[in-house]
Ligand binder design. Structure first.
Ligand code: NAP
Length: 261
């Protein structure tokens, strides 16, 4: 299926590793030109094209700390310098950690909101007019804990729910402005975060990695972990012409972990 992403200009944050890196590669494979943003250099290999009908896009790396106010004009300026437009904004920067609520510092809460929520909010504002001019779209990577509250992930959950709300609110603005705004909610994905969860179980229980994996999967009620490529595919679809009438949708990519309606 041709997603119609060839020649689009995409700004992808959190793109040095994990889900953001997979999104950058997947968009480029579909023919989009990508600015991959993170504090470290993304160093992503340019992919081959998805099929013979499209040329692979280019991936440029841009270093920016998205908790700093000066970063947003810099990132926006680089998109205009390289591509002269923004068709897709994919927000993936975020690394809110779980933790004992009573032990979490104010600074940890401020950092959690600063990176994931405020970077997405600030980019939406800074890039808004440019996205509007291109009739572009935003796809936010949130997380299933935006819908489910547990005390050991209260901070990540609060950040996620805020971004969930902002996604829906921006979709409302987008109706007037011609900018679609959607999100994906990843569940348990095979990233560094999964490794940290497994290491905790192995440390605490002294069990094998295979047993720890089974325990984690059972506790989530899923058959396997997802891959970053599976999340990226969902982002590509939501960013594509094929999703032209989808606005304000939050798509769970969680292997069925979320049971609620
Ligand atoms: N992995 C999962 O299972 C999962 C599940 C649900 C939701 N999510 C959400 O999906 C998103 C991506 O998760 P992930 O697991 O792929 O994360 P990750 O592997 O930790 O990657 C985070 C990305 O954000 C960048 N970043 C961190 N601090 C930054 C800063 N101050 N300024 C700019 N960039 C910064 C990192 O690059 P640098 O360190 O180089 O800056 C990296 O590229 C996050 O919002 C996460 O909450 C993930």
């Amino acid at each position: 299926m041709d997603l119609g992403l060839s020649g689009k200009a995409a700004l992808v944050t959190g793109a040095s590793k994990g889900i953001g890196a997979a999104v950058a590669i997947a968009l480029a494979r579909e023919g989009a030109d990508v600015l991959a943003v993170a504090r470290s250099s993304a160093n992503l290999e340019a992919p081959g094209p998805a099929n013979s009908a499209v040329r692979a896009g280019r991936i440029f790396s841009f270093q920016a700390d998205l908790t700093e106010a000066a970063a947003f004009d810099a990132v926006h300026g680089e998109m205009l310098r390289l591509f002269g437009r923004i068709d897709i904004l994919s927000n993936n920067a975020g690394s809110t950690k779980p933790g004992d609520f009573l032990a979490l510092s104010d600074e940890a809460w401020e950092q959690g909101f600063a990176l994931k929520f405020h970077s997405a909010r600030r980019l939406a504002r800074t890039c808004g007019p440019t996205l509007r001019a291109a009739k572009g779209c935003i796809v936010n990577t949130i997380g299933i804990m935006s819908r489910t509250a547990v005390i050991d992930y209260a901070m990540g959950g609060a950040v996620n729910t805020s971004l969930y709300h902002l996604t829906k609110a921006l979709a409302d603005l987008g109706v007037r402005e011609g900018v679609r705004v959607n999100a994906v909610n990843p569940g348990r994905i095979a990233t560094d975060r999964r490794e940290q969860s497994l290491a905790k179980i192995i440390d605490a229980r002294g069990i094998s990695r295979a047993d720890a994996e089974k325990e984690l999967l059972d506790s989530c009620g899923i058959a396997r972990f997802g891959t970053t490529e599976e999340v990226a595919s969902a982002v590509c679809f939501l960013a594509s012409e094929r999703a032209g009438f989808i606005n304000g949708a939050i798509l769970d990519v969680d292997g069925g972990q979320t049971r609620g309606l």
